[in-house]
Design a protein around this ligand. Structure first.
Ligand code: NAD
Length: 309
């Protein structure tokens, strides 16, 4: 049977893993959080939805204990842990010549880093609009609906892409194959690069940030840099469409009442994914000689906050 692993089984990895398990597939959660793994194996994963609480039984294994070979590994650690995770799985013999490695993480440049460990032709990229929360070890909070766009990182189409699509859709995850996943990834990364650092630095909800006469002036300045860097990388983004995307998240009945995930990470004493958002824009800017002073400054400001943790 096709063997699937979720590498990094926190909020999002838990959501994807439980959905795939519910569809009858052979799926294993891999994580390095001992209490989480232990609770999943003893009680099952506890799922709280808007109107229900129930348990799903599926195996969870600590990264240090895994040695199974997998056909598909979905990477859902936070971005800064992904290379360490993939390297551990590689050294443990979990990856064979035909294992598909699917990154579903937020942020930019994952294909460049992960292809230092496995060939680019084995790497697949996805962007997801699903969300998930973790209430404690082995306890997921699942609300709302989402979708997934995916493509092989080198743009080639192969049988694996169709198999992954089938698995995700059997699992009710509303997936589609994209012909330009980079556009979707950069577009989501732009939204995150705007709202994550600004709401964290300002300590504001998305609504509070948007509800200011000058918020869009700040947003547009960040977007303009990102669009210029994307262009240098051969990716077409549209300034006004991106601004609209940001504006659509302001209302209280959209995401407005929430603090973005970076704010939650920072206030809970965890490092953020800034280096894979504005920080990656800044790195690409230097590489392609495109000025990115605002994204660079936001990166430094978040690092200053992180240094207080
Ligand atoms: P999370 O912190 O809930 O989960 C990450 C998991 O990875 C944790 O269980 C942690 O123990 C584990 N982990 C960290 N380092 C590890 C290592 N070296 N080896 C093994 N396990 C390790 O984070 P999340 O919210 O699920 O986010 C995961 C990714 O998905 C991020 O890139 C995030 O931006 C993206 N994402 C999240 C959401 C969401 O709503 N939560 C939505 C879309 C995308």
């Amino acid at each position: 049977m096709y063997k699937i692993a979720i590498a990094g089984a926190g909020a999002m990895g838990g959501r994807i893993g439980v959905s795939i398990k519910d569809a009858g597939y052979d799926v294993t959660l891999i994580d390095n959080w001992e209490e989480h793994v232990k609770r999943i194996n003893t009680k099952g994963m506890e799922i709280k939805t808007e109107n229900d609480t129930f348990f799903v039984n599926l195996p969870a294994v600590l990264t240090k204990d895994i040695s199974t070979k997998f056909d598909l590994i979905i990477i859902l650690t936070k971005a800064m842990a992904s290379e360490e995770m993939l390297q551990s799985l590689h050294e443990a013999g979990c990856i064979h010549n035909d294992t598909a490695i699917l990154s579903m993480m937020n942020g930019l440049g994952h294909e460049e880093r992960l292809s230092q460990i496995v060939p680019l032709s084995q790497i697949y990229l996805a962007v997801t609009m699903w969300t998930a929360g973790l209430r404690g070890p082995g306890q997921l909070l699942l609300e709302g609906e989402g979708s997934i766009y995916l493509q092989r990182a080198d743009g080639a189409m192969d049988a694996h892409t169709n198999t992954i699509l089938q698995i995700l859709n059997d699992s009710g995850l509303n997936a589609q194959i994209s012909t330009n996943v980079f556009e979707a990834i950069w577009s989501k990364a732009t939204l995150n690069s705007v709202l994550n650092p600004l709401c964290t630095i300002l300590n504001k909800t998305i609504y509070e940030f948007g509800n200011d006469a000058y918020s869009n002036e700040i947003v547009m300045a960040i977007i303009e840099e990102i669009v210029a860097v994307a262009k240098a990388k051969g990716i077409h983004l549209d300034n006004n469409a991106l601004l609209k995307k940001v504006e659509l998240s302001y209302p209280k009945d959209a995401q407005g009442l929430h603090y973005p995930s970076m704010h939650q990470d920072y206030t809970n004493g965890r490092l953020t994914e800034i280096d894979y958002l504005n920080g990656q824009i800044s790195t690409y800017g230097k590489e392609f000689d495109v000025p990115t002073p605002i994204n660079t400054m936001l990166t430094h400001l978040i690092h200053q906050l992180e240094s207080k943790l």
